[in-house]
Design a protein around this ligand. Structure first.
Ligand code: HEC
Ligand code: HEC
Length: 306
């Protein structure tokens, strides 16, 4: 009888271990960026050199000199978003005024072009100074083209003047943000665990949500280039665009600054991919195996002494 219960509890332990293992495998994967062209394209639209891991070209982008209203220089001038906007509308969108204004067109209307046409534009077909093929390989240019074809119109979700989401469900957003594997996993429940600014001028996920809803939408959807741990994109999570709008509505209620500096300064403990649950799973399977094996040994001894 003793041996039987040992074997059974051993097998149960192994099953539990396997269950934990399967659950862990379904966890948010902070490993390499999944091979989804749209996600790569969205990340390349920002600091593409960070995403591919090369040096940013020196000086200003050659087209930069054709405008004079945006006074930034160097690396910024090479970001697609600096010329075309976080809302992809260029001069017809949020960058139609303010310090980011360049007067350059958006890319939104180009979403109806074919991948070949778009890759052509990125190789300088319409303007030789718009040639990125020196820096980005065909796969990356292709990913950018696929990303452009799938662009969303944020004007339907964000009230530009009020800088607020239109019709976002903050309660649902809170649920998504605070879920075990939601945004809180890295950004903390109050969004202040990661500080993108510094100790005197902190920038939290709440700060960005309030300051630049369009940038928030883009980053929540596609992720953040070269983030460590890798930020998982809403697209990977299979979220609908309305889910991102809901999270934006909730994120706008989070701390935006100084009152949480102390919290942000606390060293962040960030999750590792796989991590603890996988280790627990392996331990459980081994322990269960040993238990079941010892049960078998006891059973044999019982038989012999019988
Ligand atoms: C320094 C500013 C600048 C940067 C950086 C830049 N572009 Fe452009 N882009 C332009 C300008 C200006 C045009 C208009 C092209 C022309 O003169 O024919 C343009 C045109 C385009 C078009 C065609 C739009 C249409 O409706 O036909 C696409 C698509 C495009 N850019 C994508 C990108 C992508 C993707 C990146 C990043 C890899 C990028 N651009 C980086 C300035 C820029
Ligand atoms: C696996 C960890 C992780 C998860 C999960 C995560 N993020 Fe991030 N996120 C990061 C890291 C790391 C950065 C970059 C921090 C830096 O640049 O200092 C970042 C940056 C951002 C930024 C850009 C901030 C800026 O100013 O550039 C936004 C917006 C953001 N995250 C929103 C979200 C939202 C919304 C979610 C949930 C859908 C989420 N994140 C989930 C790790 C994560």
């Amino acid at each position: 009888m003793k041996s039987k219960s040992l074997i059974i509890s051993g097998l149960l332990l192994m099953a539990l271990g396997l269950f934990v293992g399967i659950a862990a495998a379904q966890q948010i994967d902070t490993g390499p960026t999944p091979d989804v062209p749209e996600i790569h394209g969205g990340l390349l639209y920002d600091e593409w050199w960070e995403h591919v891991g090369v040096d940013v070209p020196e000086g200003d982008h050659p087209l930069w000199a054709t405008q004079s209203t945006n006074t930034r220089s160097g690396a910024d001038t090479w970001r697609c978003k600096e010329c075309h906007g976080w809302d992809y509308m260029g001069k017809d969108g949020a960058y139609g005024s303010g310090s980011h204004m360049t007067g350059f067109p958006g890319v939104f209307n180009a979403r109806t072009k074919s991948v070949d046409e778009l890759v052509g534009i990125l190789k300088g077909s319409s303007n030789p100074d718009h040639d990125f093929s020196v820096y980005l390989d065909d796969k990356s240019l292709n990913d950018l083209a696929v990303f452009i074809q799938g662009l969303n119109d944020y004007r339907q979700y964000v009230d530009y003047a009020a800088k607020a989401p239109m019709g976002g469900d903050a309660a649902h957003g809170k649920m998504l943000f605070e879920a075990e594997e939601g945004c809180q996993m890295c950004h903390g429940m109050d969004g202040a665990k990661l500080n993108f600014g510094d100790a005197t001028e902190p920038e939290f996920v709440g700060t960005l949500a309030v300051d630049n809803p369009q940038e928030f939408m883009h980053k929540a959807l596609y992720g953040q280039p070269a983030s460590d741990p890798r930020m998982t994109a809403a697209i990977e999570r299979g979220w609908a665009l309305s889910d991102v709008v809901d999270v934006l509505a909730f994120a706008q209620t989070l701390p935006t600054g100084f009152e949480t500096v102390a919290a942000a300064e606390a060293p962040a403990t960030l999750p590792q991919s796989g991590g603890v649950p996988l280790n627990i799973s392996i331990l459980l399977v081994i322990a269960g195996g040993l238990l079941a094996a010892s049960g078998l040994v006891v059973r044999r001894k019982e038989r012999i002494s019988r």
